[in-house]
Design a protein around this ligand. Structure first.
Ligand code: AMP
Ligand code: MG
Length: 602
């Protein structure tokens, strides 16, 4: 059996970023830009008005107010799209519309609402003069030339995923086309004698071939172009013919015919025309998976089309599509973020993992009171596609975990969130705070030992006010620092230390990235002003007052009892404190044993 990660790595190693193509900008939504885009123009191209009003000289209306208006001679009018025919000389103004170029001589615009225009019109007066009712600064309501984009600037970088706003920016630069990585064409083939088309009436023993539609819709969702080849029958002739129809695609996805005891036809046909490996992946649903390449000759050259053979059960094919086909399509499109965003959620049902594989449980995720909850969407049979229709996430229950209990924290892949959203599943960090002499350090020691005992990888962080003992005068590391190096690393067979010079007390958010992602939890002593979850240690003998306000605390560890809504945990019972942290901040223990090497030819 191979792990999900190994299978993904292998699949990705067989797909390449596709070549760029130039096409109309409106067809580029969601594609990756393959060129740096510089501006050849200023935007806006001229100083212009941000309001409907009067263009004037700020100097001329200094001191103007409703009780003491300044009167100017109106010498003309300018609308958006035309150029001013007059210039604003001292004591004059030009009526101006939003977007119209600012006339020569003017340096500000005053909105209609701040003039006597309406009253003037009501009282039958003409607009040869205008009363200005407020003073404004130079530049007021003027949009400066090049204030958005300056000529020559790099506006969009290669690699950018084009969203509606980037398409708009390209349009404003006067570009009707863009160079983008082309979308992959994905050929899709269902296999099985029991399958009939959606437009055909059901006959005994037959079912509608839904997988083609699910997969085609997924391909489109992730930016590929689906090419449905239809249904291949469980015969060499039929399958060979269909597979050849798919060879002008960038990838072939089949569903069905990969499980043990099934006809070995898919395997035989593929082996004949390329290489194929059958994997058992440590996941459920979706254990059997075929992966290989089909050879074809194109312009006298041999090319290889990657083939992914998904299991036939509708849920299995969708879950394996999400884990393997989706990242492959994104890679071909030139995207860099391939992982589905994952969150941490409290699972609301017990889930049993009987055979040690990684479970992908269909869940419906809701957010209540700042916390995500995941509830299982009914029976989880791999043929029950409605369990997928009710779901917006896949809870990932680690292999060898035996399952989870309702109330446990789990990782959930969010099916409807875009990859660009990034991972929101951060390294869990909990800080132990408290007045001096409250026993913070003792609790830290006990918690570290307790989490180690429970099998977690722990990092501990101490905020030291004074110097650092590690940086001893006279030692080589100290001498390197004295010589001016900005950071010193000391490595020995059993330890690595990293000492970096900083010019101020760092925030915890700045420190955490250096901890790395290999740990399951970071226990912090101090940093009480930070926003990380905090547990305060309270001792009766130090008085009733707390160091932190109740809104800042997740729990209190105390040897007394306090009048507060915050959860209170007994001082001296480290297991209870660890339970609390585990339940509220940690994922169910990974416990991932080393996995046996993978089988298969590819
Ligand atoms: P297989 O992987 O071919 O053994 O198929 C496993 C199960 O999935 C069988 O019950 C098939 O009938 C079903 N199945 C296979 N292909 C499809 C499809 N395109 N749409 C719906 N169900 C399918
Ligand atoms: Mg079949």
């Amino acid at each position: 059996m191979i792990s999900v990660e190994e299978a993904l790595e292998k699949v990705l190693s067989y797909v390449e970023v596709l070549e760029p193509e130039r096409k109309p900008i409106l067809d580029c939504l969601g594609q990756v830009l393959a060129e740096d885009v510089y501006s050849t123009i200023d935007i806006p191209p001229l100083d212009n008005s941000a309001m409907d009003g009067y263009a004037l000289r700020a100097k001329d209306i200094r001191g103007a107010s409703e009780s003491s208006p300044r009167y100017l001679v109106v010498v003309g009018e300018v609308a958006a799209g035309s150029l001013p025919a007059q210039e604003v000389k001292p004591g004059t103004a030009i009526r101006i519309m939003t977007g119209a170029p600012l006339p020569e001589g003017a340096d500000a615009v005053v909105r209609f609402e701040d003039t006597d225009e309406v009253n003037r019109k009501l009282s039958g007066g003409d607009l040869s003069h205008i009363g200005i009712l407020c003073q404004v600064k130079k530049g007021s309501d003027v949009r400066g030339r090049g204030e958005d984009i300056a000529k020559g600037d790099l506006i969009l970088k290669k690699g950018k995923v084009l969203r509606p706003q980037e398409i708009g920016v390209l349009a404003s630069l006067g570009r009707s086309t863009a160079l983008v990585i082309r979308r992959p064409i994905v050929a899709i083939l269902a296999t099985g004698d029991e399958l009939i088309g959606v437009d055909q009436p059901l006959a005994p023993g037959k079912i509608h071939a839904s997988n083609n539609y699910t997969i085609a819709a997924e391909v489109s969702r992730y930016g590929g172009i689906p090419k449905i080849l239809g249904i291949g029958r469980d015969s060499v002739q039929s399958l060979t013919k269909k597979i050849y129809e798919g060879l002008d695609a960038d990838m072939l996805i089949t569903s069905g015919g990969v499980s043990k005891g099934d006809y070995d036809i898919v395997k035989n046909v593929l082996a004949e025309h390329g290489e194929v490996g059958f994997w058992t992946v440590c996941m459920k649903p979706g254990k059997p998976l075929a992966f290989g390449v089909i050879r074809k000759t194109e312009g006298g050259k041999e090319k290889k089309v990657p083939h992914l053979g998904l299991p036939g059960n509708p849920v299995s094919s969708m879950v394996t599509f999400e884990q393997f086909a989706r990242p492959a399509i994104l890679k071909m499109m030139g995207k860099k973020i391939l992982a589905k965003p994952a969150i941490r959620a409290i699972i609301e049902d017990d889930v049993v993992d009987t055979d040690g594989r990684r479970l992908f449980v269909r869940v419906s995720v809701t957010r209540r009171g700042g916390q995500y909850y995941a509830s299982v969407t009914g029976p989880q049979g791999s043929g029950i596609l409605t369990s997928m229709a009710k779901a917006n996430g896949l809870a990932v229950i680690p292999e060898n975990s035996k399952g989870v209990k309702a109330g446990d924290m789990v990782e959930v892949q969010m099916l409807d969130w875009g990859e660009e959203q990034g991972d929101v599943k951060k390294l869990p960090v909990v800080s132990i705070v408290g007045k001096s002499q409250s026993g913070k350090t003792v609790l830290m020691e006990q918690l570290i030992a307790e989490f180690k005992r429970r099998g977690y990888k722990v990092a501990a962080l101490k905020h030291g006010r004074g110097g650092m003992e590690i940086d001893q005068p006279g030692k080589d590391s100290w001498r390197f620092a004295q010589a001016g190096s900005d950071a010193v690393l000391i490595s020995s067979p059993d330890k690595l230390a990293f000492i970096k010079n900083v010019d101020r007390d760092l925030d915890i958010e700045e420190i955490l990235p250096t901890v790395g992602s290999e740990f399951d939890i970071v226990l912090v002593e101090g940093f009480r002003k930070s926003k990380i979850p905090k547990i305060e240690v309270h001792r009766k003998e130090l008085g009733d007052g707390l160091l932190c306000s109740s809104g800042e605390l997740s729990a209190i560890v105390t040897d007394g009892s306090l009048d507060t809504d915050i959860p209170q945990l007994p001082w001296g019972d480290t297991a209870k404190v660890a339970d609390f942290i585990e339940k509220n901040f940690l994922l169910k223990s990974q416990g991932s044993a080393s996995l046996p090497p993978m089988k298969g030819k590819v």
